[in-house]
Design a protein around this ligand. Sequence first.
Ligand SMILES: Cc1ncc(COP(=O)(O)O)c(C=O)c1O
Length: 453
Amino acid sequence: MAARADLATIIDQQEEIFVRRQPESARLAGRAVHSLAGGVVSSWQISRPQPVWLSHGKGSKLYDVDGNEYVDLHGGYGVSLAGHGHPAVVAAIRAQAERGTHFAQPTQAALAVASDLQRRFGLPLWRFANSGTEATMDAVHLMRAITGRDLIIKVEGCYHGHHDSVQVSVCPEDDADDRGPADAPHSVPASTGIPRAITDLTLVVGFNDLDAVRRRLDDNPGRVAGMILEPIMMNAGIILPDPGYLASLKDLLHSRGALLAFDEVKTGLTAGPGGATGVTGVTPDIICLAKAIGGGVAVAAIGGTAAVMEHVANGDYEMVGTFNGNPLAMAACRAMLTQVATPEAYERIEKLRLRAVEGLEHEIARSGLDARVVSVGAKGCVVFSATPVRNFRDFLAVRDAYSHAHWLFQHNGGVFLPPWGKIEQWLMSVQHDEADIDRFVGNFATFAAAVRP
Ligand SMILES: Cc1ncc(COP(=O)(O)O)c(C=O)c1O
């Protein structure tokens, strides 16, 4: 019997297959470097072995410029809960396009969207923006404006967009990063171009570490405006909050006059109809939504308690933006909330989630791989770790080579997962079916058989 290849060799082989299947992508990538900086439209599209250029999407499928078909579990980095070309979203966008795509004045669709979000997330007052970054930026501004304090707390390993205050300790994985101790992480700039003075205003704690938050508050009495976190951490695979963690966090922050903001940019609508707020039962002071709520159109929403939003209503904090509540985005959002993300759709997704989890767990057990499946609602991932991951430091130990190899096997087998290995998760859409999930599990079985110990 031939000797089994090692993981590095398997990755090389799969990358070769990947590149061979996509000559037109390679050609376009070569051309693009002369007009698009780095040959892509966002830096996270520069993925190994080469960016995949897409032609179109339909239903649960994506098609690349070489004509390859994929089951789309990438979901446009967590956006495509509706799938592609969903009739309700298409009809809403078409109808609005014919009636005007921009006014910078309120429309009735905005009212309908706000009422729906009110019902789903349990916060009374809403505003809109255009990206997750804008939503979390407004949340941070609001917490500072309301409390008159400058410091904020964020969680090590959480990504909240690319504004200065949260570009801190996003993924400090290089040995050169001065991460500091796990129970008192240092504030590590996540990008160039951010003044140290701003980074120093962001204090960092580990996920699920309530005592660390207490210490930060004790060490800075009367100086912390609030804390922003993903209630279910989604930029480190998926990390669930310990029972009681979020409720205790809210009480602790409030006891010190500080606020709690949930970044539900990834979890909103995808973790369940009321996002992670609905799943965990803890309602914060501020919720940030984006990605899936627009059915593929750029939009974000910021919800707040009456006390928080009073500062917006009375002009104390000016929450502004030319495109905020844009009618095209609001029309897409309304269709998404009323016709796509319905109770029936969530029931269907739950069945598919269970099918995926059972299939993957069966293959993990059969192959003896050190791996576990973590999933919530339409989102999930395989974490290549023998032990549960509770925070970013645990996540650092997860073997990324397995995640990358898995991504390649899926891709070459016609399933598009998000690149960036262990960081990302799958997203199912309301248009996925059992055959899509079976293709995904089938590819996992092929991968597991190839890399098993
Ligand atoms: C949790 C979270 N918050 C905020 C953002 C930023 O959103 P956007 O890319 O729309 O600015 C992201 C983007 O991936 C995210 O995952």
